[in-house]
Design a protein around this ligand. Structure first.
Ligand code: FE
Length: 230
């Protein structure tokens, strides 16, 4: 089949949070959709190896925070490319506890959807969790970030644990005399024509001219982890 056909499906950018007693965890998800309107139910696909998956099965509650277009890459990297087993993803992050008694992220978020688990389907690598909404609120008037915006404007990529990940995702588009460099950890591509606005790097800055303290905007590793893309 032509796997590019799958790229024609639209996705959003969300932080899914859940809890296990007094512990909290969260991760980036793309595959979220409203399934019914009466009652309002929402489905989300979650990798079975992820800590958030374990927490949802235990607590039966989860919240989906819809990211805004201005969400910084380090927020997405923190929740998308790190494991809650190794790090406290919530350190320094603005949170609130909703009517479902589940904490959620409120920084760089346009809306929060608070859910209780009512059903789940085992899809092999992932589980489709279905939640009934108990509350929802608008947090800002910014535009919600689509996956296309994250990919094309922010230069972001998908981790291998994402339900829609395919190998072609990490290939860079087009040719340039200015070499692009790809992060070996997360697949982020530094494009010198675009620079790194969040870090104050002007468009036209060669990779070699980035300051030594510059880090991958998605996963936070140093320049040493990057390789030149031919
Ligand atoms: Fe990276």
């Amino acid at each position: 089949m032509n796997k590019s056909a799958l790229h024609k499906i639209s996705y959003g950018m969300y932080i899914l949070t859940s809890k296990n007693e007094d512990k909290v965890n969260g991760q980036i998800v793309n595959s979220v959709l409203q399934l019914t309107s009466n009652p309002i139910t929402i489905g989300v696909s979650v990798n079975q190896n992820n800590l958030t998956h374990e927490f949802i099965e235990k607590s039966k509650v989860f919240t989906i925070s819809v990211l805004s277009e201005d969400a910084p890459m380090n927020l997405i990297g923190n929740f998308g490319f790190k494991s809650g087993r190794d790090t406290d993803k919530f350190e320094g992050i603005g949170c609130k506890t909703g009517d479902n008694n589940c904490p959620s992220v409120i920084d760089s978020v346009v809306a929060c959807l608070e859910l209780e688990l009512i059903n789940q389907t085992d899809m092999g690598s992932h589980t489709l969790f279905i939640g009934k909404i108990v509350n929802g609120d608008i947090m800002s008037d910014e535009n919600p970030m689509t996956y296309e915006y994250y990919h094309n404007v922010k230069g972001g990529r998908s981790p291998k644990s994402a339900p829609h990940y395919i190998e072609a995702d990490i290939k860079t588009k087009g040719d340039s005399k200015m070499n692009k460099h790809v992060c070996n950890v997360c697949g982020y591509v530094y494009n010198p024509e675009e620079g790194d606005e969040d870090a104050g790097i002007e468009p036209g800055t060669m990779f070699e001219d980035l300051p030594d303290g510059w880090i991958c905007p998605t996963c936070g590793v140093s320049k040493d982890e990057f390789e030149k893309k031919e």
